[in-house]
Design a protein around this ligand. Structure first.
Ligand SMILES: *Cc1c(COP(=O)(O)O)cnc(C)c1O
Length: 475
């Protein structure tokens, strides 16, 4: 082996050793990061050196220095945010993606990557029960899937008003309004901002207690300026409760008013992959665009999201680009016609691997398992003295609130107590949760989205919450 190849090989061997060790410790080790910000800056903040360093040593020291700053979210007792995990073949394919280092913007630059995405896109539409003729893009996450899909929406709703937004821009364009659930995820707001829609273009539509759009409220909002170009954003899986909008009537209503309907289904759209939970997404197929993630429930490593649209013309009008030095292929699918990026990672390999590894049945079972575990975890914590279930999981998300004094709810005091409980559980290293403000009150969110989570993880996590409650009461 030539010396240069030798150092690549030793660096990869070292990475492999460290990776296997990290994974081997997930079940027994602490869950949350333990190092403080100061400590991490001290460890990682080396002065920029004049000289280089042996690749293997770079890897070894990176692993040592980062170790205590890593959340073990790849393991089964991490329930914060909606994080997902990485199934084995997707993780391995992700390593190969970097090894192959294909610039996956177009077929001519990365032939296999383009075809893998084309195939994965078809599989995703089938799994998520979307129209077979939908256009798609593999992007960095649901946030950028919103940007991609809403760029198509922007093109289409303005085209209907004889406005070519790609050519004329937004200055002087008929004002577009975006009607969305008042429980919308912040990524929708950011996507709208990035597309040149100020936050004032967004109008909140009232929701029920579990976070689903009230039909009458949407109807009134649509009637307000009946002729304005309009985009309606609905949710498959509310970030707090996991609730689904009632798509069929809401989408039909929006379409009767000529609106484009986009669905934020970052994790919830995956319910469509399970025969048991599919009914929650009924009617979702009628929408004009959809955004979801690969890095959450499909358990593909970060980062990976998917955008789909029912209007390929508007989608490619928003994204495609022609330059004389690029080689386009008429027969193949060039990602640049659908994606916001120019150069990009071969994002399809990990998705392709995860879907092949699990198959339709494996994905359905991953969804079902996470939902069952979430229900058991929320119910188990709910039975503890001092814990109250505010939202039982509809799918894989639930909400818990802690009361300092059993039976009572002293609003502010219990807000603080709930936050102290979350901090104390996380400090124990035995499980990891994050908080949220829901209907004005602090809550602990429970989110189960990792293929590794087992019944044993659930038992251990309920015990960790019980122990923390006892300890905090005694202190
Ligand atoms: C996570 C999430 C998003 C944002 O997705 P990213 O992958 O982080 O960009 C949007 N909507 C919902 C409901 C989410 O849970």
């Amino acid at each position: 082996m030539k010396p240069a190849d030798h150092s690549t090989s030793t660096a990869l061997d070292s990475a492999h050793r460290h990776a296997v060790k990290y994974i081997g410790e997930l079940n027994s080790g602490r869950v949350g990061a333990s190092a403080s910000l100061e400590r991490l800056r001290e460890l990682l903040g080396r002065p920029l050196a004049d000289g280089g360093c042996e690749p293997e040593r770079v890897i070894d020291e990176l692993v040592t220095d980062a170790a205590d700053g890593l959340h073990r979210s790849s393991g089964g007792r991490f329930f914060g945010w909606v994080i997902g995990g990485a199934v084995p073949s997707a993780l391995a394919a992700d390593w190969l993606t970097s090894t192959w280092d294909q610039n996956s913007g177009m077929y001519s630059v990365a032939p296999a990557a383009a075809v893998v995405e084309e195939v994965a896109g078809g599989w995703l539409k089938e799994l998520l029960n979307l129209r077979a003729d939908a256009s798609f893009a593999l992007v960095t996450g649901c946030q950028m899937a919103h940007v991609t899909a809403l760029a198509a929406a922007r093109n289409e709703v303005l085209a209907r008003h004889d406005w070519d937004v790609e050519r004329q821009g937004l200055f002087g364009a008929p004002p577009v309004r975006i009607l969305c659930s008042d429980q919308k995820h912040g990524s929708v707001v950011r996507a709208a901002r990035l597309l040149g829609f100020g936050e004032e273009c967004l109008r909140d539509v009232e929701t029920t207690r579990d976070g689903t759009v009230v039909e009458q409220a949407l109807n009134e909002a649509l009637l307000e300026s009946a002729n304005a170009p309009t985009i309606v954003v609905l949710q498959a899986g509310d970030i707090n409760t996991g609730a689904f909008d009632d798509f069929e009537p809401l989408i039909n209503l929006a379409h009767n008013h000529g609106a484009w309907v986009h669905i934020d289904g970052a994790f919830g759209l995956w319910a469509a992959a399970s025969p048991k939970y599919r009914h929650l997404t009924r009617g979702a197929k009628l929408a004009d665009s959809w955004a979801t993630d690969g890095h959450k429930w499909l358990n593909v490593p970060y980062d990976c999201g998917y955008a789909f649209t029912a209007c390929p013309r508007a989608h490619s009008a928003a994204m495609s680009h022609r330059a004389s030095y690029l080689v386009y292929d008429d027969a193949a699918r060039d990602q640049i016609d659908w994606n916001p990026e120019f150069s990009r990672r071969g994002r399809g390999f990990a998705t392709y691997a995860a879907i092949r590894e699990l198959g339709k049945v494996g994905i359905a079972s991953l969804v079902d398992r996470c939902c069952e575990h979430a229900k058991a975890l929320v119910a188990g914590i709910g039975q503890l003295d001092g814990a109250e279930v505010l939202a039982e999981p509809i799918i894989n998300q639930g909400l818990i609130r802690f009361h300092q004094r059993a039976g009572g709810d002293e609003a502010e005091q219990d807000d603080r107590f709930t936050d102290s409980m979350i901090n104390a559980i996380n400090a124990s290293g035995k499980a990891f949760f994050t908080g949220s403000t829901w209907r004005g009150r602090r809550v602990m969110r429970v989110s189960v989205s990792n293929w590794r989570t087992s019944a044993d993880d659930i038992d251990r996590s309920i015990q960790a919450v019980a122990d923390t409650l006892t300890a905090i009461r005694l202190s």
